[in-house]
Design a protein around this ligand. Structure first.
Ligand code: GLU
Length: 434
């Protein structure tokens, strides 16, 4: 079983989708199920409705899973296991106040030292514990030996006991911490492989230590994905274009294009344009880039245009408010002349064709003459016949013919050649020139 474990605390972003996608691909390749675990135990951070939104996005992107569960369903198990660790003295109560701990962290920082817990409460006597009415957390004793694991992307990694630390497993309100809950949930769900962002790399030895303390010996494979950077070389964040999935979809990027790009990025793909189904055949997790990858919105635009171009003409026309193959073909002219690369841009181009046109002062007279001629013109199958008729009837020439014609028919001074567009707009002439 593999899992995707989103926190319902913020909008789903591009790096989350990459994690979900790679877990899905691996689940198909390994012929195992994919579990969606909504990590909802940080009640204050949860945002109402985000869980449903995330699941809706997974469905939209074609990521199939066998089950959805909520981490809060397992809190009873987290507590029971913490109690048993306390009982076995592998875990201990810690009465250090947040203020004391903060001061110690600041001291370490001032001395340029990495902070680790000073074990102040490790050896309290039973009396010191029982008679103490102060709030306490529960900590897991740090391991006695290094924690080692082989990451599928980052090779062999080793963490010293001090790096793992005697960390908190139950907060003062006795709710489980992320590392404790996550380690137990992966164990309970019989997870075989965890694919997640490299931000979690330092959590992994802690989670391995939790399961070792619980005598769970089955190995879980780990793959930590390198960060996605913005154009300035920083880790991508909310303020970067392309980060938020909902915004990308609103901008008119197709789910299949976003998936194509995410698999393509930092990978050795046999071709540039492919479907998720294709990627299931050749995707090799061990071959993805070990170093951070840079998000390139222009590359995504290019891939999006290619996916739009692959759509059936009528289907494409639906994205711009029609159900007509001619409009789909017209949209493809805009895609192939690099005038548009998203459905939103296409919609703007096509609606400009049907809107009331603004004429620059110098062409106002010519355009008004031409408009009257077009409105009274018969239907012409061929562009050349149409052009000759308008030219003859209007008496307009050269620039005073071609520029107003382009503006009247397309609403824009440039774009695909009118001659190429004509076959697809000829039936709409009364709606275009009103
Ligand atoms: N809930 C964590 C997050 O959204 C993921 C934890 C994990 O994959 O282990 O970052």
């Amino acid at each position: 079983m593999l899992r995707f474990a989103p926190s319902p605390t913020e909008d789903m972003h591009i790096a989350d989708l990459r994690v979900a996608l790679f877990n899905y691909i691996l689940s198909v390749q390994k012929k195992e199920d994919l579990l969606i675990r909504i990590e909802d135990i940080d009640k204050e951070a949860n945002v109402e409705g985000k869980d449903k939104e995330i699941i809706g996005l997974l469905d939209l992107f074609g990521i199939k899973y066998s089950n959805v569960m909520y981490q809060s369903e397992n809190v009873k198990h987290h507590r029971t296991m913490a109690l048993s660790l306390l009982h076995e003295k592998i875990a201990f109560n810690c009465f250090c106040t947040p203020a004391t701990l903060e001061t110690k962290k600041e001291e370490a920082k001032a001395n340029n030292k990495a902070y680790s817990y000073d074990e102040a409460c490790l050896s309290l006597s039973p009396e010191q514990t029982i008679d103490n009415e102060d709030a306490f957390t529960v900590r897991l004793r740090k391991p006695s030996v290094d924690v080692e694991f082989t990451d599928l992307i980052n090779a062999k990694l080793s963490f010293s006991p001090i790096e793992v630390d005697s960390f908190i497993i139950l907060h003062a309100d006795k709710s489980p911490t992320y590392n404790f809950a996550c380690a137990i949930d992966d164990m309970l769900a019989d997870i075989t492989m965890v694919i997640r962002d490299e931000d979690h790399l330092s959590n992994t030895p802690k989670q391995i230590a939790v399961r070792a303390a619980l005598n769970y010996t089955k190995e879980i494979q780990y793959a930590h994905l390198p960060n996605i950077l913005n154009g300035s070389g920083e880790k991508m964040s909310k303020s970067d274009e392309g980060f938020n999935l909902k915004s990308l979809l609103e901008e008119g990027f197709l789910p299949e294009a976003i998936i194509n790009y995410l698999v393509f990025m930092g990978n050795k793909a046999p071709q540039e344009i492919f479907s998720l189904k294709d990627a299931l055949e050749w995707f090799d997790l061990s071959k993805i880039s070990k170093s951070p990858v840079t998000f390139d919105i222009d590359k995504l635009r290019f891939i999006n245009a290619r996916h739009l171009d692959l759509l059936d003409d009528i289907e494409l026309s639906r994205y711009v408010g029609f159900a007509d193959a001619d409009i789909g073909k017209l949209a493809k002219l805009y895609l192939n002349s690099q005038e548009a690369s998203t459905t939103k841009e296409l919609k703007a181009k096509i609606s400009a064709i049907f809107s009331d046109k603004q004429m620059p002062e110098e062409f106002a007279q010519a355009a008004s003459t031409m408009k009257a001629v077009i409105k009274n013109a018969p239907f012409f199958e061929e562009f050349n016949d149409f052009k000759s008729y308008i030219m003859k009837e209007s008496g307009l020439k050269e620039d005073f013919f071609f520029t107003p014609l382009q503006l009247l028919l397309t609403g824009a001074p440039n774009g695909p050649e009118v001659e190429k567009m004509y076959p697809f707009i000829k039936n709409y002439m009364p709606e275009i020139v009103k």
